[in-house]
Design a protein around this ligand. Structure first.
Ligand code: ZN
Length: 438
């Protein structure tokens, strides 16, 4: 199924149907959650056409009993039975790490998906990837799969090991050393989270480091608005090649990879349509929505043998397209708008606040400058902004946030690393609720 990515839509959907038929057959007998659902509701689901008969799986369902989502692989071939690795979901609002188990068979699929991500992004045989993801206290796909992605396409990769994720780890590098590693290895692709890659680029400019080979940045893990993308692109082109560009991806532990852009603004391509099926549903009624209508994004695994998720809500709102991509010509499905969190509203000072609205209100004033909302005990909406104190900026920011959500934030200026610190988490969370539960 190597070239399904560039096959026609009919071939893609036929392959998806074939894979789903096998997947649901296994799940009906060997997947605790699905077995219970089918028996309980007396459901018949044999084709993707019947998929909507299955209820939506919430993140909470999976977090509550991850074992119910593991396929019982007794008696299947060795590759499907052997656990290759276990990654953990992290950084979600709920914050409870949940194991995502991959068998050898799954790992082979992960390599295929990651290879397709690189193909879509235009990676070349002579590329050198700088892995700018930090290590984490639990195995996490960002650092680890970047190494595997390089393997899948026989590319060179250098792990820069930013920060120290644990007092038991001693090999982490500070920012200056990371910049040296990128330059020394003549890296052509910078792969990391926006907040950290931005710091690497800023330091490289200050230090006059030789980043002349850099031609691409792969950014994932945090939303990136168009203003920030432009700033990244300008910075890359000052330091690297004149055509350097930014490819954003929508990644998820549940994919062990991500949906990627083939060109700026192209939408986020499903890199392995034989492995992942996407649909979009109304967040309130959970009814399937037609393509192009914004709603909750659901992922269905089509070819897994470890953790298997069917109609799983990734927790983001976006729109789906099955039209041919005008940039690369692929018929794979794409999310055409930047996915935004569909998290529950937060209550601050008695006012319901939408985290997405908060972030947008701050971005409108701050552009590419780093920031983070921290809701503290005493119902304080703190807003930490990276960089030097700027009273007029503080005033504009405070007014804009108040206008957008009805609550006045307490703006504070802090050092860059107080917000995007690789030693604290692998990505920057824009809104943190630190209130103790009542
Ligand atoms: Zn494309």
């Amino acid at each position: 199924m190597d070239d399904l990515l560039y096959a026609n839509r009919g071939a893609i959907e036929a392959a998806q149907e074939r894979c789903f038929s096998e997947m649901i057959g296994l799940a009906a007998e060997r997947h605790g959650r699905t077995r219970a659902l089918l028996a309980d509701k007396n459901l018949a689901v044999s084709s993707l056409r019947h998929l909507a008969r299955l209820p939506v799986t919430r993140k909470e369902d999976y977090m509550r009993e991850p074992d119910a989502f593991l396929l019982d692989t007794q008696g299947l071939p060795e590759e499907m039975h052997t656990v290759w690795d276990t990654m953990y979901t992290t950084g979600s609002t709920a914050g409870v790490p949940t194991p995502f188990v991959s068998t050898t068979y799954d790992f082979f699929r992960i390599l295929e998906a990651n290879r397709n991500m690189l193909r879509l992004r235009g990676a070349r045989p002579d590329d050198v990837i700088a892995n700018l993801f930090p290590l984490t206290a639990r195995p996490h796909g960002a650092f680890i799969r970047t190494l595997h992605a390089a393997a899948s396409m026989n590319l060179r990769v250098v792990a820069a090991l930013p920060g120290n994720p644990s007092p038991y780890f001693t090999l982490g590098n500070d920012l200056g050393r990371v910049v040296e590693v990128v330059a020394r290895c003549r890296s052509t692709i910078l792969w990391g989270v926006p907040s950290y890659v931005r710091r690497v680029l800023a330091r490289a400019e200050e230090a006059g480091a030789d980043f002349s080979a850099v031609r691409l940045a792969f950014l994932t893990g945090e939303g990136l608005n168009e203003e920030s993308r432009d700033e990244f692109t300008r910075s890359l082109r000052r330091l690297g090649t004149r055509e350097a560009w930014v490819s954003v991806s929508y990644g998820a532990t549940e994919m062990q990879g991500g949906m990627v852009e083939c060109a700026p603004g192209s939408g986020y391509h499903n890199p392995a349509p034989d492995q992942f099926h996407f649909e979009v549903v109304d967040p309130a009624t959970l009814e399937t929505l037609p393509d192009g209508k914004p709603g909750l994004v659901l992922l269905t695994h089509l070819r897994r043998r470890g953790t298997v998720l069917l109609r799983y809500a990734l927790g983001d709102i976006s729109t789906l397209s099955r039209e041919r991509c005008p940039h690369c010509g692929s018929w794979t499905d794409r999310l055409t708008t930047l996915p935004r969190r569909a998290d529950a509203l937060l209550k601050v000072k008695g006012t319901l606040v939408n985290p997405t609205v908060l972030v947008q209100a701050a971005e409108a004033v701050l552009g590419a400058r780093e920031f983070q909302f921290v809701i503290r005990d005493g119902e304080i909406l703190g807003l930490n902004v990276a960089g030097a104190i700027d009273e007029s900026l503080s005033k504009r920011l405070s007014d804009n946030v108040k206008r957008a959500c009805g609550v006045t934030p307490a703006v504070e200026f802090v050092p860059d690393e107080a917000i995007s610190d690789a030693s604290k988490a692998w990505k920057t969370r824009r809104v943190i609720d630190q209130r103790r539960p009542m």
